[in-house]
Design a protein around this ligand. Sequence first.
Ligand code: NAG
Ligand code: NAG
Ligand code: NAG
Length: 497
Amino acid sequence: MCPYSPAFLPFHFLLLVLLSSIFLPLCASTHDYHDALTKSILFFEGQRSGRLPPDQQATWRGDSAVSDGSQAGVDLEGGYYDAGDNVKFGFPLAFTTTMLAWGVVEFGELMPPDELRNAEVAVRWATDYLLKTISHPGLIFVQVGDPINDHNCWERPEDMDTARTVYNVTADRPGSEVAGETAAALAAASMVFRETDTEYANMLMAGAKKAFNFADTYKGAYSDDPGLKAGVCPFYCDFDGYQDELLWGAAWLRRASEEDNYLEYIQNNGKTLGAEENINEFGWDNKHAGLNVLISKEFLEGQVLSLESYKGSADSFMCTLVPESTSSHIQYTPGGLIYKPGGSNMQHVTSISFLLLAYAKYLSQSAMTVNCGNITVGPTTLISQAKKQVDYLLGDNPMNMSYMVGYGTRYPQRIHHRGSSLPSISIHPQPIACKDGSDYYTSPDPNPNPHIGAVVGGPGDDDVYKDDRADFRTSEPTTYINAPLVGVLGYFVANPY
Ligand SMILES: *[C@@H]1O[C@H](CO)[C@@H](O)[C@H](O)[C@H]1NC(C)=O
Ligand SMILES: *[C@@H]1O[C@H](CO)[C@@H](O)[C@H](O)[C@H]1NC(C)=O
Ligand SMILES: *[C@@H]1O[C@H](CO)[C@@H](O)[C@H](O)[C@H]1NC(C)=O
């Protein structure tokens, strides 16, 4: 913990400290949030699929999967690989997009202009692809790449020769989770471009409505269809049902369009779709905590009384994150990191940190607080909880290491990521076949291509990190770990203390 907070020091003392340059050694927990923000966005360049533009900065990557979609006679080039593999999974990709866009919507104006622009580029790379997935009548394309074949190889995306199977959902084989999340993503992104590119924003909004109608008209979970199940499970099965994505899609459409029919949808369907359940989860599969925060904004600003229960649910979620409250029950590591079992823990850290900041913003705009049993919690407490998580991620932790590649002096060297761990196509242009990558996979050497900005799954519940490439649960980056972090870092660039 930083014992000296500049804000509370007398000016002459502060000046003395700065002049004698003992300021930094005294206070090691001041992070370069701007640097971290830049890198968190750059990460998305390393995940790009398709033809790369001339201004690509992650130059260790090359063009890949340029004919995705050809198997179905359509163009599905583009988008992002979800993690350390080369599959384009639509469900987590759409969630990634929603979170990137939400970060820009809430905190974009706090970002340095260059970074705001870079964040918009990262959103657009995803939405250009999502628009392609919904542009054919009667179906939505939900994935490209056979995950079993893909995972069987340790291959650079540029060399990929595994089946680029194209998966779709239809009226007969519905996928309301992926369609609902796609609606949320496109609606949120329409707000990002509303002022800078109205034509594109309108296209996104039209796409969001179309995806939502599809999700709502043909209700069902994509993993209930045996063919789709074989493609999406066990990686991104719909474990938690599609009902939350219907409400989430409606909530984003309401926020972006301000149309009353989406508000009515939430009011009429909230109970049957299980929104009253207080499920303290938020991630690519479960939207409940995020939904409660987002709809609370509507209640706090519009005083729509029928939505009051969403604030109650958001409040009790926030209380679980405040260790000083009687209702606290989320797990923290001894070093103070939010911890949920199941692997890729940093996804919870970043998405919960985002919700803490978004809720703090909504509360402070309406001068509200949260009652957590024996204590009352205001925005400042929520912000400081988020800051602790981010500072841990960036290096204030028992391992003294940053969990973002390229940030700080010590960070993961052996991330579970095919492109990062194999020699770059620019240095080693000869193809490396499926099984020929194994030597690189098992090598104890650091990855040759530092995937700048990639945040890994992170340490175990004992705060220990082994930097083991084979342990994907701890060493693999994913797009939905980084996506919520972009907005969070944007906030802390402007509010570093
Ligand atoms: C959609 O998926 C079904 C089932 O796999 C397949 O038969 C059909 O050809 C696909 N349609 C397109 C346009 O890819
Ligand atoms: C609230 O309760 C918690 C847990 O019992 C306790 O640690 C904390 O000191 C209490 N705070 C106040 C202000 O009473
Ligand atoms: C981290 O830094 C602290 C303080 O310098 C030191 O006591 C501790 O041993 C370090 N831990 C590791 C794992 O390097």
